[in-house]
Design a protein around this ligand. Structure first.
Ligand SMILES: C[S@@+](CC[C@H](N)C(=O)[O-])C[C@H]1O[C@@H](n2cnc3c(N)ncnc32)[C@H](O)[C@@H]1O
Length: 236
């Protein structure tokens, strides 16, 4: 990676998640309640604390955090995401930033092995969706997307005010209900995907539904790892 490859933020008019909000809220991974309880205990949260969820999307993680603190502040540049979050929670108001003396940063969902979103979608027959998507998007230009274009998170934290790093994990068995709607909905939760598909959307869905017509939709038990990379302030 060179410096020029780095993600430098969204420019005016660039809205990769404009169409993804509902699908994101509906079909994306969110950490378990058990893990959020663990995180709240680890960071000593109480109702006098405030959490900032930066890049919160549709308040997906915030909704889980809210019962453990006095206030969750949700920030996201995509108003469709915030509107979806408001619809689902009516809980988020932009407010002050973290206390200068206290506070910690938690990157929830840091461990991606196994990939919590793809744990059932990357196995047959569900993984056919990926190839169908590639076929429908052949020749359609990519659009701005931040994926991967940043320094590793531990390095970013190490040079920040939250340089004391800790990894919190919680492994468990979860039951997922595979469905064609969820397989399609996950795709639509990805940045720019609906905009790139455009008028091809109906044909894409028809191909996916045909390919998965006989797919087994019985519940599956999968191993998941919830996690948070936590940055604390250095000990005085
Ligand atoms: C992949 S979603 C993550 C949502 C949520 N944090 C979760 O884990 O479910 C990424 C979100 O980051 C937002 N985003 C993009 N650029 C951002 C920036 N520079 N600052 C803060 N948020 C940003 C997007 O609008 C999008 O809603």
């Amino acid at each position: 990676m060179t410096v020029n490859d780095r993600w430098t933020g969204l420019r005016a008019g660039q809205r990769p998640f404009r169409d993804a909000a509902w699908f994101y809220a509906e079909y994306r991974y969110r950490p378990s309640e058990a893990f959020v309880r663990l995180l709240a205990g680890q960071l000593g949260w109480s109702c006098s604390d405030r959490v900032l969820d930066l890049g919160a999307g549709p308040a997906h993680v915030s909704l889980r955090l809210a019962p453990f603190v006095g206030e969750v502040v949700v920030m996201d540049p995509e108003r469709a995401m915030l509107e979806e979050g408001r619809r689902r929670a009516a809980a988020a108001e932009i407010d002050n930033l973290l206390d200068r003396e206290r506070g910690a940063v938690a990157l929830v969902g840091y461990v991606k092995d196994p990939d919590y979103n793809l744990v059932w979608l990357n196995r047959p027959p569900w993984n056919a969706v990926e190839a169908i998507r590639r076929r429908h998007l052949a020749g359609v230009p990519e659009r701005p997307n931040p994926a991967g274009r940043h320094d590793p998170f531990p390095e970013i934290l190490a040079r920040s005010a939250f340089s004391r790093i800790e990894l919190l994990t919680h492994e468990y068995g979860a039951v997922v209900d595979p469905s064609v709607d969820a397989a399609i909905g996950f795709q639509y939760s990805l940045g720019n995907l609906l905009a790139r598909l455009g008028e091809r959307r109906a044909a894409f869905e028809a191909d996916v539904r045909a390919a998965l017509a006989d797919a087994d939709t019985s519940p599956l038990t999968v191993r998941l790892v919830d996690s948070a990379l936590i940055g604390h302030r250095p000990r005085a």
